[in-house]
Design a protein around this ligand. Structure first.
Ligand code: UDP
Length: 360
């Protein structure tokens, strides 16, 4: 198939602003190219897609970035900026489809534009990267599925359920995946904990500081500083917590440092759609202690690859961390190899896209 990817419109690929969708897009571009497909990626100017084969073309698109939906109230109408990069990418996809240059468009943007605009000359498939955050987006997803069952994929059942029962029933669940070669296995870690995330309230920065203070362990934080006020508030509440902000690292650097950690802590407040960081950690042999909420609770097998504890309970996370040595790190990696390799992910998405291309 010739597949045109419509990238996230909130930031350039490689910036970290888009969160997990950036890694998801890169993994799928490589995985689908390895299966013989030809990929065109339409993405905001400044995007980078390192180490991909020549059958993946990156097209840099000018235009204004969109505001991330997680920063808006759910009743707020999604803003389409003047000179929107997404509208331009969508027009380019339309032109490609009309010229017969692609077979299917795969949309990664969490935005209503590709859902509500007039259909293209080829099928559009939507891989939704976050749970329900906006009434307008919920309506767009629900009606797209009503018009064409199977045109939407989600990463987990927990994510799909946030959009309501009919979306849960009709959406295709594709999980996620990573290129295991980028994540070396580390058998013997140090004692630090890891937190890999944009620093924001929905990712639970406050509870992270609480866990650090209860467990008296140092936490290394990898990710962009999205909300400095939230960070300072948490610091002020838990001055004894030893939490160190490393910054946003490339995948290779991240894997090298993450692998040295004793556990990954996930204390998110929102329903995490998947949680790529959970499988990235496990691939390095790092067990995950997560709240029982959203995708990570479906990924982590309690007592086997980490611990799934009551949500919003930092004490339960701290208690689980005292038992972390009971988790076999090799079992964590094996779980990713079995279900979340880039090729297994690409195969699931290929099956879903092939069904689109034949339905029309
Ligand atoms: N990430 C990274 N470098 C860092 C910290 C994070 O590349 O220093 C990436 C990480 O690999 C993951 C993404 O940021 O792919 C976060 O994705 P996730 O799905 O966990 O959460 P999201 O931000 O999309 O809600």
């Amino acid at each position: 198939m010739r597949i045109t990817f419509l990238s996230t419109s909130v930031g350039p690929l490689g910036s970290g602003i888009g969160g997990g969708v950036e890694l998801t897009l890169r993994t799928l571009a490589a995985g689908l190219a390895a299966r013989g497909h030809v990929i065109t990626v339409l993405a905001p100017r400044g995007s980078t897609l390192p180490n991909l084969p020549p059958t993946v073309e990156l097209v840099q698109v000018d235009g204004a970035l969109h505001v991330p939906s997680q920063t808006l109230d759910r009743g707020t109408k999604l803003q389409v900026p003047h000179d929107s990069v997404l509208v331009t990418m969508w027009k380019m996809a339309r032109d490609q489809a009309e010229r017969g240059e692609c077979d299917v468009v795969l949309n990664f943007a969490y935005d209503v534009v590709p859902f509500v605009d007039a259909p293209l000359a080829v099928p559009t498939a939507h891989l939704v990267s976050m749970g329900s955050l906006s009434d307008e987006m919920d309506a767009a997803v629900t009606s797209a599925l009503a018009r064409k069952p199977n045109c939407v994929a989600m990463h987990t059942r927990a994510q799909a359920a946030t959009f309501g029962a009919s979306v849960l029933q009709h959406a295709n669940i594709v999980l996620s995946g990573i290129d295991l070669a980028n994540y070396p296995f580390v058998a013997t870690p140090g004692s630090d904990l890891a937190f890999v995330s944009r620093i924001s309230r929905e990712k639970g920065i406050d509870d992270l500081f609480h866990v650090a203070s209860l467990s008296a362990r140092r936490v290394q934080v990898f990710g962009i500083m999205e909300d400095e006020v939230a960070w300072r508030d948490a610091q002020a509440r838990y001055p004894e917590a030893e939490v160190h902000h490393v910054g946003f690292l490339s995948t290779r650097e991240l894997a090298a440092q993450l692998g040295q950690c004793a556990a990954l802590v996930m204390v998110h407040r929102w329903v995490e759609a998947f949680g790529n960081v959970a499988i990235e950690a496990m691939a390095c042999g790092v067990p995950v202690v997560t709240y029982d909420r959203g995708g990570p609770a479906e990924i982590v097998s309690d007592g086997v690859t980490g611990y799934v504890v009551k949500a919003d309970d930092p004490g339960a996370v701290a208690a689980a961390l005292t038992k972390i040595d009971a988790i076999d790190r090799a079992t964590c990696r094996a779980a990713v190899v079995a279900q979340y390799s880039a090729s297994a992910f690409a195969e699931r998405v290929e099956r879903w896209l092939s069904a689109q291309a034949t339905v029309g």
